[in-house]
Design a protein around this ligand. Structure first.
Ligand code: NAP
Ligand code: F7E
Length: 339
C-alpha cells in the first residue's frame, strides 16, 4: 500500500517542493492550508492531480495554532509521516510579531507533536520538524554541526529552539519517531520575495527590464550557507526513512556574503550592482546573525545526502526565472499603455 504524508506549510517554498517529491514517490499527500481571502496555493496549483490518477493530493483548512482541529485532522487522515514546515518564517518580521511567531513556530510544533503522540497510540507515525540554522545565532563554533550549542538572536530563532527541544522531548518521553532537520538557508525561484536572495533576483530582473531603478537592502556583510530548496526537501524525506530517529544538519558547507550573491546576480545581467543598490537602515535587525556555515558530514555519512547545486548555479536559476518574470511584466505594461 502507498504511504501517506501530512505537510503543514504546503503552500510555502519547501512545502511545494516536498509535495512534488512525495507525489513522485507514490505518496498520498495531505496539506494543511490557512484560509485567506485570496488564493494562497500558487506554488502547488500545478500538482493538483487528475481524480483518476493513483496518487492524490488533498488540502485541508487549518492553522498550526488550532491544536484541536490539527489533532482531529491527524487522527482522521492517519498519515504515516508528518512534515511540520508551517511557520512565520521571516526573521526580521519576528521582531515585530514575537508572540505570533512563538505561537506558530513554537506552540504550532507542540500541537503537531501532540497530535502525532495520540495517533502513535493507534499506528506508528514519523514526524519531521523544520529546525533552522538560525538557532546557532551568534555562533559559538564554526562550522556548525549537530553538537554545536545554540545562541539564538531573534524571536524566530528562540521559538525554533523551543520546537527543537520539544521534538527531542517527545522522542525520548513517548518513543515517537520524531526528528529535527537543522536546515541552513535554502532558496529557489519559489522563495518568498522578502527574503534577501529573491529580493535581489526579482529586483535585478526588473532593473534590467527598466521596471525599477533602485534596490534598497540592509546588511550586505552577513554570511550565509545557501543551498537549493529542491535538494533540501530530499534530505527531509531521507531523515524520516532512517532506522533510528536522529537530528541532522543540512547545508552545503560553503558560506558567502550577501554582497557576493548580489555581485553574482547583477554580473549575470551585465549590470554593476553599485549603480543600483542603496542601504536602508530599515532592513537592519535589532540583532544580526553575522555568519552561518554548516558541516553536513553526518548527513553525507548516514543519509548519503549532499547538496547538488552550488551558489553560482542557484543564482543562475533564480536570475533567469526572475528575468523572464520581469519580461512578462514589461510586456503586460506595454500592452496596457498601447491600448
Ligand atoms: P515559507 O515559504 O515562509 O512557508 C511557510 C509556510 O507556513 C506557508 O505555507 C504558510 O502559509 C505556512 N504558515 C504560516 N503560518 C501558519 C500557521 N499559523 N498555520 C499553518 N500554516 C502556517 O517557508 P519555507 O522557506 O518554505 O520554510 C519551511 C519551514 O522551514 C519553515 O518552518 C521555516 O521556518 C523552516 N526553515 C526554512 C529555511 C529556509 O532557508 N527556507 C531554513 C531553515 C528552516 P501561507 O502560504 O498561508 O503563508
Ligand atoms: O536574510 C541580510 C539579513 O531574510 C539573510 C529564513 O528562511 O533562513 C532565513 O532567514 C541575510 C540576513 O534570511 C536584506 O540581515 C540584507 O543577514 O534572506 P534572509 P535569514 O534571516 O537568514 C533561515 C535559515 C530560516 O530559518 C528563516 O526561516 O540577509 N539582508 N538586506 C537582508 N535580508 C532581507 N530579508 N531583506 C533585506 O533587504
Amino acid at each position: 500500500m502507498s504511504k501517506s504524508a501530512l505537510i503543514t506549510g504546503i503552500t510555502g517554498q519547501d512545502g511545494s517542493y516536498l509535495a512534488e517529491l512525495l507525489l513522485e514517490k507514490g505518496y498520498t499527500v495531505h496539506g494543511l492550508v490557512r484560509r485567506s481571502s485570496t488564493f494562497s496555493t500558487e506554488r502547488i496549483d500545478h500538482i493538483y492531480r487528475d481524480p483518476h490518477e493513483k496518487t492524490q493530493m488533498y488540502l485541508h483548512y487549518g492553522d498550526l495554532t488550532d491544536g484541536q482541529a490539527l489533532t482531529n485532522l491527524t487522527l482522521d487522515v492517519e498519515p504515516d509521516e508528518i512534515y511540520n514546515l508551517g511557520a512565520q518564517s521571516h526573521v526580521r518580521v519576528s521582531f515585530d510579531q514575537p508572540v505570533y511567531t512563538l505561537q506558530t513556530v513554537g506552540v504550532g510544533a507542540l500541537n503537531v507533536l501532540e497530535a502525532a503522540r495520540l495517533l502513535n497510540k493507534r499506528k506508528p507515525v514519523r514526524v519531521y520538524q523544520a529546525s533552522s540554522s538560525e538557532m546557532f545565532g551568534d555562533v559559538i563554533e564554526t562550522p556548525q554541526k549537530e553538537t554545536t550549542p545554540f545562541r539564538p538572536q531573534s524571536p524566530y530563532a528562540c521559538a525554533k529552539v523551543y520546537a527543537f527541544h520539544q521534538t527531542i522531548n517527545y522522542r525520548e518521553s513517548y518513543d515517537l519517531f520524531a526528528c529535527n532537520g537543522i536546515l541552513f538557508n535554502h532558496e529557489s525561484e519559489r522563495r518568498g520575495e522578502t527574503f534577501v536572495t529573491r529580493k535581489i533576483t526579482r529586483a535585478a530582473g526588473r532593473i534590467k527590464m527598466g521596471l525599477q531603478k533602485k534596490l534598497y537592502l540592509g546588511n550586505l556583510d552577513a554570511k550565509r550557507d545557501w543551498g537549493y530548496a529542491k535538494d533540501y526537501v530530499k534530505a527531509m524525506w531521507l531523515i524520516l526513512q532512517q532506522e533510528q530517529p536522529e537530528d541532522f544538519v543540512i547545508a552545503t558547507g560553503e558560506t558567502q556574503t550577501v554582497r557576493s550573491f548580489l555581485e553574482l546576480v547583477f554580473q549575470q545581467l551585465d549590470l554593476d550592482y553599485r549603480d543600483y543598490v542603496e542601504i536602508d537602515p530599515r532592513y537592519f535587525r535589532p540583532a544580526e546573525v553575522e555568519l552561518l556555515l554548516g558541516d553536513p558530514s553526518k548527513a553525507k555519512e548516514k543519509l548519503g545526502w549532499t547538496a547538488e547545486t552550488d551558489l553560482r548555479e542557484l543564482a543562475r536559476i533564480m536570475t533567469e526565472h526572475d528575468l523572464e518574470l520581469a519580461r512578462r511584466e514589461a510586456h503586460a505594461e506595454n500592452y496596457v499603455t498601447s491600448k
